[in-house]
Design a protein around this ligand. Structure first.
Ligand code: ATP
Ligand code: MN
Length: 478
């Protein structure tokens, strides 16, 4: 028997004239004659031509939408329009039946909400096939980018004993029986008796450990799952998401911004180059979806144009203070169109403000720097004005914040002072403070939310559709 060939390879046409075996799932079966077969290697199907007059009718009946089959036959140039090549079937074997009465998917467009409830099967659709191939390409490109730059991939822990990272609410990790945890004499849960001998949580960020690595290896990055128990039911937040966190010694904030911009462009460019068909498919999907909307609500650029635009343009860089001035003076603010009006300096920016700057004002990706220290984390380097810190957030159209980063406070005294002011326990983070005691140096880093990047590149609207098995409030089925 001939060796199984993936459909992506077959469609190049290189095997024309040869006998091949192909396996996959039936996407359509027309006129008892034409099977559209897909195996996930590409968004495109291969056409199988069946000699129905010489095929057992009982077998033909079992070729249904969703069934798994194996076909052996000859690769030939196609006479029909729509494909270059097709397979003339010699033998067809049913590998797995799929009862159309029972199968939850239908051979027609189904809503994303419906498919979210059938998340165990949604990989079988063209849309989710394209999304998860793109997600894979982007993950690979992350490693390629950093590897080419000589960064060390550092695995930071998923279980952490410090709850001082301050990036969000945490999930507790314990082996205690929730019904009867051991108590101290004063009636509190006695974590000394717990598995790690102390209270532990799932990590919200690998940054603090990442900094330890950078203080010896110069350039490191992490790429792993992070967890936040914030009960925010938005289209941009998950309880379990993947984050890429590079950390670089001898980098200041400008170096940090340059690296982040170069990385985002590299990743988008890599996806455009290697998954063009998937992006074209998703671009068309969005265009079809937008046809239902009134003209005024449609996007100015298609997905493909938007991605290309990101590559071709410098990101706008400005300070928080400059951004506040723009927002305060905007007609949007004056006409009270923001839900949270900008009154003055010091306010935290909401996603509506971030998106106004990116989508309405600059119409470009924006990097905001030098935020007020009170709305940022303790580890960010204090500016000489004593009011702002060397933070940077990168804001993207349709997404809002995609990256958050900063130059870190490398001066021991200033760091301790900030921790005390913000109530961050210095005893607990003694190991972190040690980096500032022994050979401290200028350094910087950032965190890229991987799903937010996948959202941007796929043009999808809900973060739950770009991670295979979403974890969100009241959502952990599959
Ligand atoms: P946001 O303000 O959007 O909630 P954040 O400021 O809390 O984000 P950071 O702590 O700076 O986020 O995390 C770094 C990056 O991780 C963010 O820029 C974003 O891309 C991503 N991110 C943060 N929280 C989530 C989440 N709950 N789900 C998915 N991605 C997230
Ligand atoms: Mn942030």
């Amino acid at each position: 028997m001939s060796q199984r060939i993936k459909i992506k390879a077959l469609l190049t046409g290189e095997l024309t004239g040869k006998e091949v075996t192909v396996k996959g799932w039936v996407r359509a079966f027309r006129q008892n004659r034409f099977i559209a077969l897909n195996d996930g290697s590409t968004n495109n199907n291969i056409q199988i031509v069946v000699d129905f007059e010489n095929t057992d009718p009982a077998l033909l009946k079992r070729i249904t939408f969703g069934s798994a089959i194996s076909v052996t036959g000859e690769m030939v140039p196609s006479v029909g329009s729509g494909q270059k090549v097709e397979v003339t079937a010699k033998t067809i074997e049913i590998l797995g039946d799929c009862d159309p009465e029972e199968f939850p998917l239908q051979p027609k467009r189904q809503t994303l909400e419906f498919l979210r409830e059938k998340a165990h099967l949604r990989f079988r659709t063209s849309t989710f096939g394209a999304i998860f191939r793109l997600r894979n390409t982007l993950a690979f490109a992350v490693h390629k980018f950093f590897n080419e730059k000589g960064f060390v991939y550092l695995h930071t822990p998923i279980i952490t004993a410090s709850d001082a990272e301050g990036a969000g609410e945490m999930f507790r990790v314990t082996t205690f029986d929730p019904q009867k945890p051991p108590l101290t004499e004063t009636g509190e849960v006695d974590f000394k008796q717990d598995f790690f001998g102390r209270s532990t949580n799932l990590t919200v960020s690998g940054q603090l450990e990442g900094e330890l690595g950078a203080m010896a290896l110069s350039d490191i990055y992490t790429f792993g799952p992070t967890f936040r128990a914030e009960n925010s039911n938005t289209t941009r937040h998950l309880a379990e998401f993947w984050m890429i966190e590079p950390e670089m010694a001898f980098y200041d904030l400008n170096d940090n911004m340059d690296l982040a911009e170069e990385m985002l462009k590299y990743l988008i460019g890599y996806a455009l180059e290697h998954n063009r068909e998937d992006i074209e498919f998703l671009t068309q999907r969005l265009l079809d979806e937008e046809k239902q909307k009134p003209q005024a609500e449609r996007s100015e650029m298609s997905l493909l144009e938007k991605l290309q635009f990101c590559l071709d343009n410098d990101f706008v860089r400005l300070t928080y203070t400059e951004a506040i001035d723009i927002l305060k003076e905007s007609n949007h603010n004056k006409k009270k169109k923001f839900q949270y009006l900008i009154e003055g300096w010091g306010a935290d920016l909401q996603s509506e403000h971030e998106r106004y700057l990116v989508e309405k004002h600059f119409k470009k990706p924006v990097i905001l720097t030098d935020y007020p220290k009170d709305i940022k984390s303790f580890y960010m380097r204090l500016n000489d004005d004593g009011k702002t810190v060397r933070a940077m957030d990168i804001l993207f159209p349709g997404i809002g914040e995609i990256i958050g980063g900063s130059q870190r406070e490398e001066r021991y005294d200033k760091l301790v002072q900030r921790m005390n002011e913000m109530g961050v326990p210095t005893e607990e983070l003694w190991w972190y403070l040690d980096t500032r005691r022994f050979g401290s140096c200028e350094h910087a880093g950032f965190g890229l939310g991987f799903e937010r990047l996948v959202l941007f590149v796929t043009g999808m609207g809900n973060i739950r559709d770009v991670i295979p098995f979403p974890r969100a409030p009241k959502t952990a089925e599959f």
